[in-house]
Design a protein around this ligand. Structure first.
Ligand code: KG4
Ligand code: ZN
Length: 395
């Protein structure tokens, strides 16, 4: 089966074409195309993502990106195609709220041979609703024009399944990792911080979450306080790394480890962020060395809490696999801490997504689509399925 994955939940427009075969325990993946267009530069000056700007950019970029992805997959062929007027009419309804997309879409469909793609999977949430809607409407219009089923996918399920593949983007033919259940996923990104208990594919229970800021959000806000570029997670981590290798790890700056000893599996990062703000206020001149020390102490505080809560979750639930996912899981020091943690559990295997797949991408959406349709074949029926953007949808 060939699947087109579509991801527009935040500030990345991403498409992927995945050839997937096999049953759940013998998956076989072949990445035919995988593209991503980041809007980071555009949102940078606002210090965060503006939903309507993101929406406009997605609408502008989806058709050029689809063409590029089809070409990468060797599935693009120009061919004058007559589109029945009722399809044009229905498409104009579907894309009624996407005036930037509709004319481009019709032009493209008229000139492109229907590619050998069977199914479309699209993120319906969580995320920024205006941005999600563009992806959904685009998916529906494509489904209509090319007679394909459209499957709604939860973005967080995408992050979970992103660990299934290895060297996929580089080598295309993928090694597929086996996930043994029960598994626990630690999802850490700019928008989310969650511990998820997974009893089987499709069976998810959020057992811990942040009560305020997501961990990536805290990284980004602290980076801003230290005048580092947006998004700042990577920058903080770089500074902390310099401090770690400096040989002098003494620090006068001690930050709190919020909720470290709370009996639940929840997190809180807003107090930690505020503690950094107050610490900085007390310092007359924030030198590079001070920044490095604060970055390291901040990263250490985050790691202490993340490791403690993950460990607690693993004790509470027999855990055969620990899965990391989300942009922050690219952090090498966090990865190292979790590698150490799983050594304490003889039976547990740790799966970390490849760097390219830790942040938002559409390959994870295509993979989640395959898993979902493998479990429920009725999703493969072409129908006028109602799909609604749900900004705050839970797993
Ligand atoms: O998953 P993602 O691409 O988008 C969301 O769904 O939020 O995650 C982006 C987040 C940003 O907050 C970014 O600062 C953070 O991941 N991030 C990192 C690192 N690389 C990206 N945080 C800490 N250390 C890193 N190396
Ligand atoms: Zn994400």
């Amino acid at each position: 089966m060939i699947i087109l994955g579509i991801e527009t939940s935040c500030d990345e427009t991403a498409l992927s074409i995945l050839k997937a075969e096999g049953e759940i325990d013998s998956l076989d993946f072949d990445v035919l195309g995988n593209t991503i267009l980041s809007q980071v530069k555009l949102h940078e000056k606002y210090g965060g993502v503006l939903p309507f700007l993101a929406k406009r950019e997605h609408a502008k970029n989806l058709i050029p990106l689809l063409k590029k992805t089809l070409k990468e997959a060797n599935l693009y062929m120009e061919e004058k195609t007559k589109i029945p007027s009722d399809i044009i009419e229905k498409t104009s309804k579907i894309l009624e709220r996407e005036p930037d997309l509709f004319p481009q879409f019709i032009e493209f469909i008229k000139q492109t041979k229907k590619p050998d793609i069977n199914t479309v999977g699209v993120t319906f949430g969580p995320g920024l609703e205006p941005a999600l809607w563009v992806g959904i409407n685009f998916a529906k219009a494509l489904g209509l024009a090319w007679n394909m089923p459209v499957v709604p996918i939860n973005h967080m399920e995408g992050h979970i399944v992103s660990v299934l593949t290895e060297t996929m983007v580089k080598n295309r033919k993928s090694k597929v990792h086996k996930v043994e259940f029960p598994a626990i996923a630690l999802l850490i990104s700019g928008g989310h911080t969650e511990l998820v208990l997974i009893k089987n594919w499709g069976n998810y229970e959020v057992i811990g979450k942040t009560r305020d800021d997501a961990v990536g959000e805290a990284f980004d806000k602290v980076a801003r306080m230290l005048s580092l570029p947006y998004p700042g997670g990577k920058e903080i981590s770089k500074l902390a790394g310099v401090e770690r290798t400096s040989g002098d790890n003494s620090t006068p700056y001690i930050l709190p480890r919020p909720m470290l000893h709370s009996p639940d599996l929840d997190f809180s990062f807003s107090g930690l962020k505020t503690a950094v703000l107050y610490t900085l206020k007390e310092i007359p001149e924030v030198t590079e060395t001070i920044k490095q020390k604060i970055a390291k102490e901040f990263e250490d505080a985050v790691i202490d809490v993340i490791v403690a809560k993950t460990k607690k979750a693993m004790f509470q639930h027999e855990t055969k696999t620990l899965i990391m996912g989300g942009g922050v899981s690219a952090n090498k020091t966090i990865q190292k801490a979790l590698k150490e943690l799983v050594k304490e559990f003889k039976e547990t295997k740790l799966l970390i997504p490849e760097q390219e797949l830790s942040t938002d991408n559409a390959l994870m959406i295509a993979i989640a689509t395959y898993i979902k349709v493998t479990k429920d074949k009725t999703l493969l029926e072409v129908s006028d399925r109602k799909i609604v953007a749900e900004g705050n949808v839970k797993l």
